[in-house]
Design a protein around this ligand. Structure first.
Ligand SMILES: Cc1ncc(COP(=O)(O)O)c(C=O)c1O
Length: 402
């Protein structure tokens, strides 16, 4: 059996188009000549001698020491996603929340201020409000689309602007270029959670963001199997994030990295299919007499439509809508579906349905929910890849009952 090293690869990411990077980026075949990427399920690595161990530990030689620091499978995921986001470097984390935590812990310190959009993911708010403030970092919030409010909320100690676009569940769209300019003027870092779009639909670094964070748990996996996250940005910033991760430990497991590597390979065609199904569903819901409003930036009537068209190449898979009535009618629709999954997850091949006011956004105060437009009659759908006719028919059954 041949143990010859594989032929060295001479092409770099610059030589490939996006679709190729998603499939072949970041991988060097091992001496086993495998075709699918190898899974290095190991926590540590073996040294040929005490002297070699000393050299690796002192960084005189670069190589694997321990999987909290580096792992070849995790590195493949990192290099592939960095290339897709057009960032210098990517750092993989144990979850999406671990990605945001690592950015904040590595790059902010006591006395700094972080300015965040109001409608970020609920746990992001809980983490900032309940934990990060304990370390002397100030936190305040502004409406995602209100540029004057962002500008006015800048303090002398503002060191980070953070937003998520499009927003969950109202599909509001942030003006990335304008926010990047405000951040630059304030000498603050601009961080964008790109979970809903993925690099296939939006590349925030192109619009001036400094850092992109991901919950890989969503579309990057795409089939609801694994938790993971990622941070992408310049090598200089990512070195600091790596430092926190190595010391504190919220690293990605090699098994999960392997699942995400395979997820990235089909990401573009999955995202296009999510977008197509979501658009068809949004248009059908808009014409339904039991639906009073549909929130999806793909619809021309949505106030974020123009901006989404400018900075995204598709409108994503998540939409929400209001039914005639209140909580009782919304719950009736949710309870009546037979195929759609009643779960808060998103970015899955399976369509999910949820009542934001009592689940994902239930921990917000009533005033904050009202300010975000999240009423009792609002339903969120994360549109999956089933046949559109079956998704529509399942929802129609519930809507007919109210
Ligand atoms: C936009 C967004 N960011 C971050 C997260 C957190 O990711 P994770 O659940 O992987 O920690 C989520 C989870 O739903 C999310 O929707």
């Amino acid at each position: 059996m041949s143990k010859e090293p594989s032929k060295p690869q001479t092409l770099s990411p610059k030589d490939f188009q996006q679709d190729t990077l998603a499939i072949r980026g970041g991988y060097t075949r091992s001496h086993e000549h495998e075709h699918s990427e190898a899974l290095f399920l190991t926590s540590s690595y073996v040294f040929d001698s005490a002297e070699m161990a000393a050299k690796y530990f002192s960084n005189e030689l670069q190589g694997n020491v321990y999987s909290r620091y580096t792992n070849p499978t995790v590195r493949t995921f990192e290099e592939r996603l960095a290339a897709m986001e057009e960032g210098e470097q990517c750092v993989a984390t144990a979850s999406g929340m671990a990605a945001t935590l690592s950015v904040v812990m590595a790059l902010l310190q006591a006395g700094d201020h972080i300015l965040c959009s109001q409608d970020v993911f609920g746990s992001t708010r809980v983490m900032l409000n309940n934990y990060i403030v304990k370390f002397g970092v100030q936190v305040s919030y502004v409406g995602l689309t209100d540029l004057a409010a962002w500008q006015a909320a800048i303090r002398p100690n503002t060191k980070m602007l953070f937003c998520e676009t499009p927003s969950n569940p109202m599909s509001e769209v942030a003006d990335l270029e304008a926010l990047a300019a405000i951040a630059k003027q304030a000498k603050a870092l601009f961080v964008v959670d790109n979970c809903f779009c993925t690099p296939v639909l939006q590349k925030p670094l192109r619009f001036g963001a400094d850092i992109v964070v991901h919950s890989a748990t969503k579309y990057l996996d795409g089939q609801g199997r694994c938790l993971g996250g990622a941070v992408v940005g310049s090598a200089e910033l990512m070195d600091k994030v790596v430092g926190f991760l190595r010391a504190a430990g919220p690293t990605m497991s090699p098994f999960n990295a392997w699942v995400f590597i395979k997820g990235l390979e089909t990401l573009r065609i999955r995202m296009q299919a999510h977008c197509a199904n979501a658009m068809a569903l949004a248009e059908w819901l808009e014409s339904h007499d039991k639906v009073t409003k549909v929130y999806y930036a793909g619809l021309e009537g949505h106030r974020g439509h123009g901006l989404a068209k400018k900075q995204q190449s598709g409108f994503g898979g998540v939409l929400s809508f209001c039914v005639k009535g209140g909580r009782e009618q919304a719950w009736k629709v949710i309870d009546s579906v037979e195929m759609l999954s009643r779960t808060a997850n998103l970015g899955d091949t399976k369509t999910t349905i949820v009542h934001p006011a009592t689940t994902t956004h239930g921990r917000l105060s009533a005033e904050d929910r009202e300010a975000a437009g999240i009423g009792e009659n609002l339903i969120r759908i994360a549109v999956g890849l089933e046949d559109f006719i079956d998704i529509k028919n399942d929802l129609a059954r519930g809507l007919d009952l109210i």
